[in-house]
Write a protein that binds this ligand. Structure first.
Ligand code: PHE
Length: 344
């Protein structure tokens, strides 16, 4: 019995000596000091041995147990210190290093252009209308019929307008003018609103054209509104947006929903009016269509054209941004190239 205990002591001390880290030491501890260990089993078996031998064997088992415990403890302290040091070395944090810089996002140039346009018209007394009055997925009725665009009009041609597959009266709106119709049906005059949004046309994409772009629609209907009001408001917009010295011109035009109609051109910023590829050699870029709301459109919206009159306009946001910042390719707005976006 005694020999057996001394033998355990020897191998246990050797195992402690050989443990290379705290994990191994833990295994040694389990092997010799746990409840199921040989030593503990012997302690429990003391009652079965000869009474005369019990005190001696009992004392020896305890002594070995304590010795092993204290040896393991000592070694454990050493491991703890060196392992902690190692960890501190490897996980060292240099608080003097520069932090990582998380750049802030910026407002997209199209958004800031829309904001700028909206602000100018708000100062001229226009209110911005809610999105529910200008959906991008629209029925033909609001995109065409009620705007006096007859069924056979070329603007409806599938070449230009995106039709919804399987529902031939649903389109992606080709202009923001649907907002005019919905607004007039929704509220009685006076109406003085603007409505910015995205529009879609089936164009082949180039430096000058994209198959979706943005417009800001405007509508003013009241008693006694004349073409002079239209000119006054739009000239004031141009003066505020481009400054006083930008050459612009009103040009006679045609839209089914306005009569008379006019377009506004702004001198090309890329060539200063000399003629280049951006303005297809004309020296001018069209920025908006406008006109006096056609009496048929008022009538269809339940407004008496003998009492009320109005003007409307729709301006191209990309064009306005290009002309202000001398951007010669519309696709730059949609590429999400940081080198471009960062400049605004
Ligand atoms: N909807 C026309 C277009 O997209 C612009 C316009 C709006 C013209 C309002 C007249 C009045 O070209």
């Amino acid at each position: 019995m005694e020999d057996k205990i001394l033998k355990i002591k020897e191998t246990a001390l050797a195992d402690i000596e050989n443990a290379k880290n705290s994990k191994e030491l833990e295994d040694v501890k389990n092997k010799y000091l746990s409840r199921q260990s040989e030593l503990n089993t012997m302690k429990k078996g003391l009652k079965d041995i000869e009474p005369a031998l019990r005190p001696k064997i009992g004392a020896l088992t305890n002594e070995v147990f304590k010795l092993l415990e204290s040896e393991i403890d000592k070694k454990h302290q050493n491991f703890y210190k060196s392992e902690l040091n190692e960890k501190l070395q490897s996980e060292k944090i240099d608080v003097t290093l520069d932090g990582t810089f998380n750049p802030f996002g910026k407002v997209h140039p199209l958004s800031s252009t829309i904001n700028e346009i909206v602000e100018i018209f708000e100062h001229l007394g226009f209110s911005i209308i809610e999105n529910k009055y200008s959906p991008e997925v629209e029925v033909e009725k609001y995109n065409f019929d009620l705007l006096n665009v007859p069924k056979e009009h070329p603007a409806r041609d599938v070449q230009d307008t995106y039709y919804c597959y399987g529902a031939d009266n649903i389109v992606l709106r080709s202009h923001t003018s649907n907002a005019q119709v919905r607004q007039m049906l929704n509220s009685a005059p006076p109406v003085k609103i603007i409505s910015p949004g995205r529009v879609y046309r089936n164009e082949s994409v180039s430096a000058r054209k994209n198959n979706f772009f943005h417009q800001v629609e405007g509508l003013y209907v009241d008693k006694g509104v004349t073409f002079a009001h239209l000119k006054g408001v739009l000239n004031e917009f141009i003066r505020q947006y481009f400054g006083a010295n930008r050459p612009t011109r009103f040009r006679n035009s045609f839209f089914p929903f306005t009569e008379p109609s006019a377009e506004i051109d702004v001198q090309c910023i890329v060539c200063q009016g000399k003629g280049c590829s951006t303005c297809s050699g004309t020296g001018w870029l069209e920025i908006l269509g406008s006109g006096m709301v056609d009496p048929n459109v008022l009538k269809d919206a339940g407004i008496d054209p003998d009492v009320y009159s109005g003007f409307a306009f729709g301006m191209g946001v990309e064009r306005l941004a290009m002309l202000k910042y001398a951007i010669d390719d519309i696709r730059l707005f949609f590429n999400n190239d940081e080198r471009f976006l960062k400049q605004f």
